[in-house]
Design a binder for this molecule. Structure first.
Ligand SMILES: [Zn+2]
Length: 118
């Protein structure tokens, strides 16, 4: 596996792990004691990741996903820590962000969100 040099790279690799339901990778790249069980995620289709800001030990991102036909956004500012020379996800603050009704739908259709996956 590629060596992770920055919090942003770790964040992106964890997003890819969510996509492939790799609970083991997610469990071993965080300081939190979490289970590698991915139940509850099997119906989620991850569509797109936008990194908004990345500096020092923080990364702010929006991750778009489809759950039961509805496309929604997860907007988080994550904090990372370096432990034994490896970056780990530590914690995150969630923003109460909604996709705007007139935005282009994140699913890639080119239509307005309100007329697509809202
Ligand atoms: Zn759509």
């Amino acid at each position: 596996m590629k060596k992770i040099d920055t919090p942003q790279e770790l964040m992106e690799s964890r997003y890819e792990a969510f996509k492939r339901m790799d609970g083991e990778y997610l469990a071993k790249t965080t300081t939190q004691k979490i289970s590698s069980d991915m139940s509850g995620y099997e119906n989620i289709e991850w569509l797109k990741l936008d990194v908004l800001d990345a500096k020092d030990d923080e990364v702010e991102f929006k991750a778009y996903y489809r759950d039961n036909g509805i496309v929604e956004v997860l907007h988080e500012r994550s904090k990372f820590v370096k432990v034994d020379d490896e970056w780990l996800y530590d914690s995150g603050v969630l923003f109460n962000t909604k996709i705007q009704r007139n935005e282009i739908c994140p699913c890639g259709s080119g239509r307005k969100y309100k007329k697509c996956c809202a």
